[in-house]
Design a protein around this ligand. Sequence first.
Ligand code: PLP
Length: 447
Amino acid sequence: MLANSLIELDRAHLVHPFSCYRSHEETGVRVLKSAKGATVTDASGKTLLDGFAGLWCVNLGYGQESIVEAAAKQLRELPYATGYFGLGSEPAIRLAARLAELAPGDLNHVYFTLGGSDAIDSTIRFIRYFYHAKGTPQKDQFISVEHGYHGSSTAGSGLTAIPAFHAGFGVPYDWQHKIPSHYAYRNPVGSDPQAIIDASVAALRAKIAELGAGRVAAFYAEPIQGSGGVLVPPTGWLKALHAVCKEHDILFVVDEVITAFGRTGPLFACEEDDVVPDLMTTAKGLTSGYVPMGAVFISDRVYNTIADGAGKAPVGHGYTYSAHPVSAAVGLECLRLYEDSLLENGRKAGKRLMEGLRSLADHPLVGDVRGRGMLAAIELVTDKERKTPLPAAADPGRRIFERAWANGLVIRAFNSGILGFAPPLCCTEDDIDGILERTRMTLDQTL
Ligand code: PLP
């Protein structure tokens, strides 16, 4: 009864992110009621393994009491402090300092946002301030990668290169450009890692030449493309593109909103790629989804140029909830938990997950298995030889999601037939085995 009335209220009033409004009104909402460890429980009492950590964000798993306590303590002590007027709060300062210590290279300056989209939007603002301060405001063209996702803010949605975020809106803008993705399974140059790197380097060089190096402000890339289908570039890809940017004095922005905080193994995925970007965006795992927060990491060079350029005038960028003390207190506790044992547990669980998913490669529907750490995907096809995708008209994403749900598993099922996995790092061996078993069951029922 309660659930039915909630469904009606949802249908009538709650606008859901990235959803087909009319189909959602028809099917109705699934209400989640509680969660513990790597599981979530819905309003009917059904408990499921969460193979996607909410929206690849609850990296530490659910029910971490120390996070709840850190938030409650901060809420009692000081629920809000602005960063305006030269004010601040202790947790925000301590979190920025600790993150700067842990971040690669000279990413020593941290600007806190509420999530990933406004972190990306903030980088666009900072980069514009940077070039104005340098006296080269004509460097105003931005390049990103097809299949990339950089949020859905008004400006950032155009750096995102997934058509569903553009249809009916009118982005990308004319200052936003794309190069092809490294997507190894469906790359016109084939799957040889060096050929893929060479093709991306050539594409970036060509795009820079087309626009003029003196016009290009920045290049954006994810260490692993998440929402584009968990597309893992060959080792050395990020470093090769970074080198091209350095050569042309173009800022290199790494979007680690999904990949940071243990998702691929280390605290930051770009560490493994041996790349120190000029700016880096994070969110999700920063507070493990318990409260909203994102962070833009800014290098010494970029920060100092902006600061010197502004002189005694304010840099006109800021939010009411930048560096929110409750989020910062949660972030500090999350960092403690990562360092205490959960990064390590995530590495072990990730190894088991990847091995298990690779063992699904012989399944008649599985065309490709890919991933790094606790971020993985399998791509389903109807014909392995021809790599024929599942027919989109049959709505495979929704159907597979529902089957997996019935089997007690939450995964991300893209309509392209890609199944995404991003379980919490707290997963036990049994949790991982359960995710794998339920995935195989779901695939068998999809045949
Ligand atoms: N950048 C990347 C790489 C993301 O995956 C996301 C979200 O999934 C974003 C940016 C946007 O973050 P948010 O949804 O917190 O606004």
